[in-house]
Design a protein. Structure first.
Length: 505
């Protein structure tokens, strides 16, 4: 075994790739070898606090290699209270390079794995199978957080030589399932498997999605599209599987929802780099929706800092309902008020809300919550159009259903995400039908705030609420169904909420 020492990074150059600074260390070289032989090199080094977001270790791969295997470890020293310890992510780029948005991406496992391999016919989940071509490959390190003592790491790279097998042709799930025509379809658009940092297998996700009463799901692994080619056998007439990615940057996460199969979206930038718009446009060119995820989450790098100018929808409710979601809901409601004030609510100016489970492992519940979409059919395009138009509501499970409408005195009628076009002083009746929400309370929210709070629903969970208003009094109305509050003046956790119905010309 040969060893290299990257003991300090001060002597190494910082190269700028796209907009993000990345440190490139000295190369690790291998000689050619006979078939079935292995060659191994180990490199060690220490990254100080304040290191660049990405550190590249070049690996000179000769011809005749059939497999690359990488294993790594790093120290986790004790740190003072309130100080972040060490966390080091890892991934791989091939001989096509590390250019931002380039073609060299071969996989990313973040901090979920300590080793991985790639070869022509197979790869560790999170990584892409494909030919091992000679040239300069790069092991990519992501020092997510660095302790005051620095981050000491060790990387062992093993090359196995020999003939390469054929790379299997990817097969992707169909873009259509057997729908019910124009109907309400339930989906979970943010979940994780063993192809990133989850523990569920793809088969377990599909099984639980069906058990949760879902009609569609969206594959959304962190910073990799490697699962795309493994979903086909799990789709069916009863389950539409969309393909995407959770683009996990240092300044927030965004779900690419329903992109073309095989689409990779780069994540190696911060808000200050002014690159997000480029990749939001890439998501749309690939037929996907741009959905900022858990915008007020408190985990490091999770809070959304790119603004919402590129958003097609916002994930307001993420997993079990928490104070973070309450803040996100209030922030989104403020955006609705702004869209009314600026006269943008009648067109694309308002941003719909949605909810997803962000499930990773047990006891995370797939389909809690779920977005219920009014779509013309159970197809990728129809589901996306329903989400984009805001014809949707969010419910904690398939047991809970809502029907929310507004009507005028002359037969005018509008549903969720639509506009009831009436004169300012025309009486409007808002009606909410609820099933599956025992002892929950209905609240109706407008641009003025909560203007109606009903009595608790009966134990049966079914009820009808009607409220009368005018467009001059309420520019929009949306409904919330909440559990009983444990104590105090705060509202209970959400059981469901709708996108708004807008009122007026």
């Amino acid at each position: 075994m040969c060893e290299d020492d990257h003991a300090g990074i001060g002597r190494r150059a910082v190269f700028v790739t796209g907009a993000a600074a990345a440190l490139t260390l000295g190369s690790v070289s291998f000689a050619t070898a006979a078939p079935r032989e292995e060659r191994r090199r180990t490199v060690r080094g220490t990254l100080p606090p304040g290191s660049p977001d990405f550190v590249h270790v070049p690996v000179e791969v000769p011809s005749g290699v059939r497999e690359i295997h990488v294993a790594y470890s790093y120290d986790r020293p004790t740190v003072p209270a309130g100080t972040q310890g060490n966390a080091l992510d890892i991934g791989l780029f091939d001989e096509r390079g590390t250019e931002l948005g380039g073609r060299g991406f071969r996989g990313w496992s973040g901090g979920a794995r300590t080793e991985f391999f790639v070869r022509a016919d197979d790869a560790t989940p999170g990584y892409l199978p494909g030919r091992i071509r000679p040239g300069t490959w790069h092991v990519a390190l992501g020092p997510y957080t660095v302790a005051p003592q620095g981050l000491s790491y060790e990387i062992t790279i093993t090359l196995t030589y020999g003939e390469q097998d054929e790379t299997p042709r990817p097969v992707y799930p169909p873009e259509r399932a057997r729908g019910r025509g124009r109907a309400w379809y339930r989906g979970d658009c943010h979940l994780h498997s063993e192809y990133s940092d989850g523990r569920y297998t793809l088969a377990e996700i599909a099984e639980q999605a069906r058990a949760a009463g879902l009609d569609f799901i969206n594959s959304s692994e962190h910073n990799t599209h490697s699962a795309h080619a493994h979903w086909a056998d799990l789709a069916g007439d009863d389950l539409l599987i969309l393909l995407g990615e959770e683009v996990t940057t240092r300044n927030g996460h965004v779900v690419a929802l329903g992109t073309d199969p095989g689409t990779f979206v780069d994540w190696r930038y911060r808000a200050r780099d002014n690159r997000f718009g480029r990749f939001a446009r890439q998501i749309r060119r690939a037929g996907g929706l741009v959905v900022p995820a858990h915008p007020h989450a408190t985990c490091i790098g999770c809070n959304w800092k790119f603004g919402f100018g590129e958003a097609d929808a916002i994930e307001v409710w993420n997993g079990s309902y928490t104070p973070d979601d309450e803040v996100a809901l209030a922030d989104w409601d403020g955006m609705l008020v702004a869209s009314v004030r600026e006269g943008r609510d009648g067109g694309r100016g308002w941003i719909p809300a949605m909810g997803s489970s962000d499930s990773h492992r047990s006891p995370d519940v797939i389909g809690r919550p779920q977005t219920v979409v009014l779509a013309d059919d159970l197809t990728r395009e129809a589901i996306q159009e329903g989400i984009r138009a805001g014809r949707s509501y969010v419910a904690e499970s398939s047991r809970l259903s809502l029907a929310f409408t507004a009507s005028g005195g002359r037969g005018e009628h509008a549903g969720i995400g639509e506009r009831l076009r009436v004169d300012p002083d025309t009486p409007v009746t808002v009606r909410l039908e609820v099933t599956g929400a025992p002892r929950c309370t209905v609240r109706l929210v407008t641009d003025q705030g909560v203007l109606f709070t009903g009595d608790p629903l009966p134990v049966s969970g079914a009820g009808v609420v009607e409220w009368r208003t005018t467009a001059s009094y309420a520019a929009y109305v949306r409904a919330e169904v909440r559990h009983e509050a444990a104590a105090g003046p705060l509202p209970g956790a959400l059981a469901a909420f709708t996108n708004p119905v807008f009122l007026g010309r």
